[in-house]
Design a protein around this ligand. Structure first.
Ligand SMILES: C[S@@+](CC[C@H](N)C(=O)[O-])C[C@H]1O[C@@H](n2cnc3c(N)ncnc32)[C@H](O)[C@@H]1O
Length: 372
């Protein structure tokens, strides 16, 4: 289905759109890597896979995506890759419906992977994923999409990430949590917030968005060496829900940002219905990124000479894309306000800044960039 065919009023479709956009990048990159031989995808609250309106849910999206990427690109892969998917839901009927749909539609990963459908409680299925030792040639992605928050503990996410090779995408009904935080806080929420927002004064959030930002800050403080980001989904009536992304590596965060900016071409921050039904947010007319604030910060950062690696990192940590930084650097260069030199001290070719991932991943600086 094309993005434009999605009815943007339905927030759950935005949720799976982000999942799909991110996983497309994640699966494709790992499948092409000569160092990775196994990718595990866990959908721990998977639902029934197909809805009354015919729209597909997360497990079906995941299976189709893996199959499509394999069939399209496997001739370019540099080694064997095996995919393992685990779909789980504690509702027996939903799992049965999912299995029926998969078998009726002959969706299979035969020859390059396998999947299992489980019917247990999250609190049971999560156990082997905590503190596990994942070998270096394996990567794991865990999607956590509960209706509520009572089963979710940031400690669990911390332990899932502890192998260094896992990424987690978590949906939280933040609007309800924010409202409850303000009013009578139920015990389960109190426990969650005490755990997640240790250094942040509770009840201090001024709005639903402020609450999401505080929660993200709390997660970041807690998971100090990891990357945490969020995507805000607005429902009618300014109700804000959020997807939180947790990754061990900057490259994972970069790919997540690309997925976010694919959906929100102006801010890379989230999705809202605006004048729902009138504007096609998936095919916006002339939506260009808003770079003003980032440009200001980047210019301050470049007052000192920086390596290409530092400029790449600065870009990602400021939630922007390399292509945004390239636009700003090109403009500075055209106005003779930028000096870019190579390791041998010579000027770099015009328009070459070496800030893409392929140029920075070796961790050896290739260029030095400064405002003059
Ligand atoms: C929001 S729905 C999932 C939707 C699905 N991810 C999708 O995009 O199509 C949440 C699902 O979690 C299941 N669920 C709720 N609590 C659970 C628990 N403790 N353990 C396992 N599954 C649970 C529900 O039965 C429901 O199908």
């Amino acid at each position: 289905m094309k993005d434009s065919q999605i009815n943007p009023q339905e927030h759950s479709e935005i949720k799976v759109l982000l999942l799909r956009k991110y996983l497309e990048k994640y699966i494709s990159i790992l499948a092409h890597s000569p160092f990775i031989s196994e990718v595990e995808v866990y959908d721990l609250f998977c639902g029934e896979g197909i809805y009354e309106n015919g729209k597909t849910g997360s497990p079906v999206i995941i299976l189709n995506l893996i199959r499509d990427i394999y069939l399209k690109y496997s001739s370019n892969f540099q080694g064997d890759i095996n995919f393992k998917c685990v779909f789980n839901d504690f509702n027996k009927d939903k799992i049965a419906k999912l299995q029926k749909y998969i078998s009726e539609n002959n969706i299979s990963l035969d020859g390059f992977g396998s999947f299992t459908c489980k019917n247990v409680d999250y609190n049971e299925i999560k156990i082997p994923l905590l503190d596990s030792k994942t070998p270096g040639n394996r990567r794991r992605f865990i999607f956590i999409d509960p209706y509520g928050y009572k089963d979710i503990k940031i400690t669990d996410i911390e332990r899932m990430l502890s192998d260094g090779f896992t990424e987690v995408l978590l949906f939280l009904p933040t609007q309800f949590m924010y409202r409850f935080e303000k009013e009578a806080t139920p015990d389960s929420l109190q426990i969650f917030l005490n755990d997640a927002m240790q250094d942040i004064e509770l009840k201090s959030s001024k709005s639903g968005i402020d609450f999401i930002n505080n929660l993200q800050q709390g997660f970041s403080n807690r998971l100090i060496t990891k990357h945490v980001d969020s995507f805000i989904i607005t429902r009618e009536g300014n109700q804000y829900f959020a997807m939180f992304f947790f990754a061990n590596h900057l490259y994972g965060l970069e790919k997540f940002l690309e997925a976010k900016w694919d959906i929100d071409e102006e801010q890379g921050r989230g999705w809202s219905p605006k004048s729902a039904g009138q504007i096609d947010l998936f095919n916006p007319v002339d939506s260009s990124p808003v770079l003003d604030k980032f440009e200001e910060n980047l210019k301050v950062f470049l007052r000192e000479k920086r390596t290409n690696i530092e400029v790449h990192r600065f870009t990602i940590l400021n939630r922007h894309l390399v292509k945004h930084t390239n636009i700003i650097l090109k403009d500075l260069q055209d106005r003779n306000k930028l000096k870019v030199t190579l390791n041998d001290g010579k000027d770099a070719r015009k328009g070459s800044f070496y800030i893409r991932w392929d140029d920075v991943k070796t961790r050896e600086p290739k260029s030095y960039i400064q405002i003059v």
